[in-house]
Write a protein that binds this ligand. Sequence first.
Ligand code: NCD
Length: 325
Amino acid sequence: MWTHRHLLGIEPLSADDIDTVLDRAETWHALSRKTEKKVRLLHGRTVISLFFEASTRTRTSFEAAGKRLGADVVNVSSSGSSVSKGESLLDTAKNLEAMRADVLIVRHAASGAASFLAERMQASVVNAGDGAHEHPTQALLDAFTIRRSKGRLSGLIVAICGDIAHSRVARSNAILLGKKGAEVRLTAPRTMLPAHAETLSPAVRVMPRFEDAVHDADVVMMLRIQNERLAGAMMSTTREYSRTYGLGPAMLAKAKPDAIVMHPGPINRGVELDPRVADGNRSVILDQVEAGVAVRMAVLDLLLTGGNHSPSDAPLPRPSRPSLP
Ligand code: NCD
């Protein structure tokens, strides 16, 4: 059913693999809405996250995901670890593996960092974002959110707007949505579009005018300007960017009446997203965050068990109440 030892990107996954993750995530999404949100499935397993870049949602949701499945989760970040003393990525990872980590979750600024480790480790490696390359769990949680809202992925029009050139989220989403039969429209100022953006997937169409991309879209996905990855100034002013490529109510009105608005976070309010849209009734941004835990549970589950179990297995036993003397 599931044959992958690592999750390094969307590229190596088939359309069936994607469905397997999304279907399994439904189970864990339901569990996460219960008062008692924990099972023993990964009891005794160790998950270590190693983050060389800032993160709020991804790191926290992997931690919650591992804990909800009963695993022990240890978080390491570059600041505060020996990485800041110059230890290499591979040495750091090998040391964590020597502690018998079963899964290593890695975020790094270099494209290919997760694959580099996967080739040299026994543990399963999950790519939690490698430079401007891929961010597979983000694309999976986005797909899960879209599927829950629209009931399907195939045939939908998804407009992705923002700093496409530096966005691993845009890349992973374009590849996933293409595999699942959606139409992907990429829109951004020319300086923020990668050369040959169309080669990401046959489903991709590049549309330089924002309103052309949003016209009749089912989903409008907005991205943050990746200031930390910009080599030089790529736009004249933030205000001008916001005027041309910011999503406000008037622009959203050009999409389908039931279009949803997505953003992987962190949002720069008032830059790419008008707060009225970010907080409006078409926004599913917090649904994406909720989906992030369920999808990451599904990924850990599939990597460590192959999915060969009834997913509702093994709820934690209720602690028996000590009887009063
Ligand atoms: C994204 C990332 O780090 O790639 N954030 C996330 O994981 N939710 C997008 C971003 O930083 O803009």
